[in-house]
Design a protein around this ligand. Structure first.
Ligand code: BGC
Length: 385
């Protein structure tokens, strides 16, 4: 039964992902719309009649899902997957995006509590900024589940569904070490573009990456000419593409006037796009284009991998993450036991949050078909142009 349910969930999620994927660009976040409450495109029931119907155990219960932004593809997919999988089980879903505006997310969660949510699922913009509102939820007896980003400094969170966040950094680092062909006699230059300092995931990724590349920095195989190797110097607030572009432009002008930048260790596809614009502006061509990493294997990033503009990314199957999170919702609302595979890593400063870590998978030209097309995450048509 469990297997059948998961397959129904995945097939619903796959349809949602494809619908969203075909639906064009996400609306850009604008300064004029600070309290955006727009929902992601509605996910529809799977057309596949053969898919077994999921047992509707959630009737009469409302699950509120607070997502950070629609400016990046992954969160649109996450929201659509959560909505369709929860609705499949009979839950009413209140899905809201806050367009990377911290105060808007606080207000949305307050409204969700006031509107009678039975459970809150939160992917935070600023993981520290929600302490008060999480306490309000706890006082009202509403369980909270952290989605992908750990909720910091609160004991109001029951479970955490995520990917192995340090593992993402480790895999990016391993990829660089294996493919960069740098030696102390023939060194390569590298610059780091890390994630948002208010997101615990960004710190873990950085730790995993540095563990891998530090030996090559130490023996002189890799050289960071800007010297910006500390997280404090190479992070990107809100994972913002424009911020990464400007920092990359500045680095290229100041440190790479006479020498090429060979490797960009980017923590997110959006940051990689920003760096690509900076490189193009500085006159880089196919002849001296650097190795560029990323994270999320967004549709555009995957197209860039196929064309050679981006070297690799980290695929995170948001259908699976949503399915794991849904089992946590069921646990807190129906008293079932969710599958947990980590009870030690995610100390949020108040408690160690029981977690399920999905596996991130590195993708490049050699395996994107197998990882992203054969799994139904993207269709060949989506990747064609
Ligand atoms: C997520 C990444 C994502 C990044 C930017 C992180 O919290 O784990 O998958 O690329 O946020 O949205």
């Amino acid at each position: 039964m469990k297997k059948k349910l998961l397959s129904a969930l995945l097939s619903a999620a796959m349809v949602a992902t494809l619908l969203v994927g075909c639906g064009g660009a996400a609306p850009a976040a604008t300064a004029e719309a600070p309290a955006a409450t727009e929902e992601a495109p509605a996910a529809e029931a799977p057309a596949d009649d053969a898919a077994p119907a999921a047992e509707a155990t959630g009737a009469g219960k409302k699950v509120a899902v607070a997502m950070p932004t629609q400016s990046s593809e992954r969160w649109i997919n996450d929201g659509a997957n959560m909505k369709s999988q929860l609705e499949e089980l009979g839950y009413e879903v209140d899905l809201q995006y806050a367009e990377d505006d911290v105060q808007a997310q606080v207000a949305q969660i307050e409204n969700m509590i006031a509107a009678g949510a039975d459970c809150l699922v939160i992917a935070a913009i600023d993981s520290d900024a929600l302490v008060n509102v999480e306490q309000q939820a706890k006082d009202a007896g509403i369980p909270v589940i952290a989605y992908d980003r750990l909720l910091m400094n609160t004991d109001a969170v029951s479970y955490y569904a995520t990917f192995d966040n340090k593992g993402v950094g480790t895999k990016i680092g391993e990829y660089i070490v294996e493919h960069c062909e740098a030696t102390p006699d023939a060194p390569k230059t590298i610059e780091l573009f890390m994630g948002s300092p208010d997101d615990n995931n960004a710190h873990m990724l950085y730790a995993g990456l540095m563990e891998q590349i530090q030996p090559l920095l130490d023996d002189g195989s890799l050289i960071c000419k800007s010297g910006q190797l500390e997280f404090d110097d190479n992070n990107t607030l809100r994972w913002d593409q424009q911020t990464a572009m400007k920092r990359c432009e500045d680095i290229l002008t100041r440190y790479y006037a006479d020498e090429d930048l060979n490797i960009i260790a980017s923590a997110f596809d959006g940051l990689s796009y920003g760096c690509m614009s900076a490189l193009e502006g500085a006159g880089y061509t196919d002849a001296n284009w650097p190795m560029i990493t990323g994270q999320d294997a967004e549709l555009m990033a995957t197209k860039h991998i196929i064309s050679g503009k981006q070297t690799m990314s980290i695929a995170k199957d948001t259908r699976l993450l949503a399915a794991k999170c849904v089992t946590m919702v069921q646990a807190v609302l129906e008293g079932s036991e969710p599958e947990i595979n980590d009870t030690t890593t995610y100390d949020n400063g108040k408690i160690v949050v029981p977690s399920y870590l999905c596996e991130p998978v590195p993708v490049d030209q050699s395996n994107y078909k197998e990882v992203l097309i054969d799994s139904g995450y993207y269709t060949e048509d989506q990747l064609a142009d």
